[in-house]
Design a protein around this ligand. Structure first.
Ligand SMILES: [Zn+2]
Length: 329
């Protein structure tokens, strides 16, 4: 059996819509008033959006469902699904612990709850019958104030081991605040955490070269080879890997056509910049939404050649933040 690694998957977008729907039924959730049957829910949940902001709104709904008492339910299902249906050997799962705290509590109490969120996730990502290794990446968020992001970073540091890195997530707003994020990411690195950031996903505005000094990988970054290919030399020198998530770009309205990714792969290959193919939010994509499905779509659209596939798959293991297994053949 072929075994793969996925380095960019959000806890809020990882679950099959059927699992979410069953959960809503079990809990008699008010949203079912709008969706009395599964088909209606499925179409709404997996529909392509016009913008990343619109896409993120539905993501927020799922984050609120994933409160501390329900996290074991979701974690078990996503681990066994990833192993059984996608042949994943290694997964880096990312999430924002603050968004999973109790929204009714004052901020200070919510900050205090974050450690329990991480510990609960850690305890439920080791399903005995499914030998998949799942490591965690904790997300900072551009929409949150600095003191909350500092607290998120501290929780990541306190859980180093099961947590292997931090990510900068949220819509690509306020590009002028790059110094704030570069400082936080540098601090994360100094604590022994690896770093990645959602950058250059929807446009090039947020891509400031100073980010390259503090990042191990870049989430998406596809607008770097598309709009600023002159930056690729620096990425190559610093061995920064791009996490490319093909179907996501269609779902968030970033690309109309996957064939545009051919330029991304061609330019990165020419400059020696590694790409890891990832899934981002597979539960939000129309089925089949698996990592092997993404490989197939790239070949189908002539973005990559079948003969490159093995090497590209190995790139994910090589660029992983917490893979401790044997070198891939
Ligand atoms: Zn993402």
């Amino acid at each position: 059996m072929a075994l793969y690694a996925d380095l960019h998957r959000h806890l809020g977008g990882a679950l099959h819509p059927r699992i979410i729907y069953k959960f809503l039924q079990k809990n008699d959730h008010a949203i079912l008033n709008y969706f009395p049957d599964y088909d209606g829910f499925y179409s709404w949940f997996t529909r392509p959006c016009r913008t990343l902001e619109e896409f993120v709104k539905i993501h927020t709904l799922v984050e609120e469902l994933q409160s501390v008492e329900h996290l074991p339910y979701f974690c078990l299902r996503l681990c066994r699904g990833a192993y059984t249906f996608e042949n994943l050997q290694y997964l880096e799962l990312r999430y924002n612990p603050y968004f999973r705290t109790d929204h009714k509590l004052p901020v200070a109490k919510r900050l205090g709850q974050m450690n329990l969120i991480v510990e609960t996730i850690t305890a439920n990502l080791r399903p005995a019958e499914y030998p998949i290794t799942v490591k965690q990446i904790i997300c900072l968020d551009r929409r949150l104030p600095t003191n909350i992001n500092e607290a998120i970073l501290k929780v990541a540091k306190d859980n180093l081991g099961p947590v292997v890195g931090v990510d900068l997530a949220g819509p690509e707003i306020e590009p002028e605040k790059w110094e704030v994020w570069v400082r936080l990411l540098a601090k994360a690195r100094a604590c022994g955490l690896k770093t990645t950031a959602h950058l250059g996903e929807t446009n090039i505005d947020n891509v400031h070269p100073q980010y390259f000094t503090v990042l191990d990988r870049i989430g998406h970054g596809i607008h770097i080879p598309l709009i600023k290919p002159e930056y690729l030399k620096d990425l190559s020198k610093r061995q920064i890997t791009l996490e490319v998530c093909p179907t996501s770009y269609k779902q968030t309205g970033v690309l109309k056509d996957l064939s545009r990714l051919k330029t991304v792969f061609d330019r990165c290959r020419a400059e020696g910049v590694a790409i890891a193919i990832c899934t981002d939010n597979p539960g939000r994509n129309p089925a089949p939404c698996t990592l092997p499905g993404e490989y197939e779509r790239l070949i189908d659209n002539d973005v990559i050649d079948f003969t490159e596939l093995k090497q590209i798959q190995n790139e994910s293991f090589r660029s992983a933040f917490g893979y401790a297994g044997p070198p891939r053949p």
